[in-house]
Design a binder for this molecule. Structure first.
Ligand SMILES: Nc1ncnc2c1ncn2[C@@H]1O[C@H](COP(=O)(O)OP(=O)(O)OP(=O)(O)O)[C@@H](O)[C@H]1O
Ligand SMILES: [Mg+2]
Length: 240
């Protein structure tokens, strides 16, 4: 589904990714761990195609096609979807309008909003005055409506209360659920600091990003336990 080869990226002149290699087969979900400022969001923003993240070297292949220089709107149409860590607030645009715009599904946005206790927010401007948890929910509902093939989630659990964590966890599981022969049609790349997401989805692999490079990969639960126990410093030394 996604192959990244020796990717070097700069944002506003600062190198943020320094030779990232990554391979996510169709149907697999991978988890990305890493310290603050290690380049995790930059990686997702680059995969999505934000022009500010300038690819200096390397290639991004999506379903076998080179999308390294494909515009962001085309990537969205090709089936790549991103839930931001910190999406912008948009004055003058109602959340309902963004939801309708994203909707490629047969389910109406009202029905979905109702199911996720989001109805009261539909007529408010996008993210304006939303609480942290409301922003995360809005991002996820937009993805459910968009129904992408490659799902990029930037810290979907941050700032979400325990009850909503369960609700959002189940929604993420639905986005990424496995169907026949335990195969998923879709793939995911999810950034997590706290590992809660591992309770809701079957993750296939995990990595640790450090200073713009991938330093560790393996079973995501084991990796997370290792980080909890020994911190990120050991990841540098382990070099798996
Ligand atoms: N526009 C910019 N100009 C300069 N530096 C930037 C810019 N955008 C990002 N950076 C820097 O790039 C580095 C990587 O940022 P990024 O947002 O990818 O980190 P992250 O791993 O997602 O961190 P966090 O866990 O805190 O979200 C950081 O040091 C950040 O300050
Ligand atoms: Mg980030």
């Amino acid at each position: 589904m996604l192959e990244i080869i020796d990717l070097w990226v700069e944002v506003d002149g600062k190198p943020v990714l320094k030779g990232v290699d990554l391979n996510i087969p169709r149907g697999e979900t991978h988890i990305l761990f890493g310290k603050n400022g290690s380049g995790k969001s930059s990686l997702l923003m680059t995969i999505m195609g934000f022009r500010r993240y300038r690819v200096r070297q390397g290639r991004i292949l999506y379903q076998g096609e080179d999308i390294t220089h494909t515009p962001i709107n085309e990537r969205a149409k090709m089936g790549i979807g991103l839930a931001f860590q910190r999406p912008p607030s948009i004055r003058g645009v109602k959340t309902r309008d963004i939801f309708n715009f994203c909707n490629t599904n047969s389910v109406s946005c009202e029905v979905l909003a109702n199911r996720f206790q989001f109805s009261d927010l539909l007529d408010r401007e996008v993210n304006v005055g939303f609480s942290g948890g409301e922003i995360k929910k809005s991002e996820l509902l937009q993805l459910l409506l968009q129904d992408p093939q490659l799902i990029l989630l930037d810290e979907p659990e941050s700032g979400v209360d325990l009850e909503n964590l369960e609700v959002l966890g189940k929604a993420i599981n639905k986005l990424l659920e496995k169907h026949l022969w335990r195969q998923r049609a879709k793939s995911g790349l999810i950034i997590s600091h706290f590992g809660f997401i591992l309770n809701y989805i079957e993750a296939d692999a995990g990595y640790v990003l450090m200073d713009g490079r991938i330093h560790c990969h393996g079973n995501p639960r084991e990796l997370f336990r290792g980080i909890q126990r020994h911190g990120y410093r050991e990841c540098m030394e382990c070099q798996r």
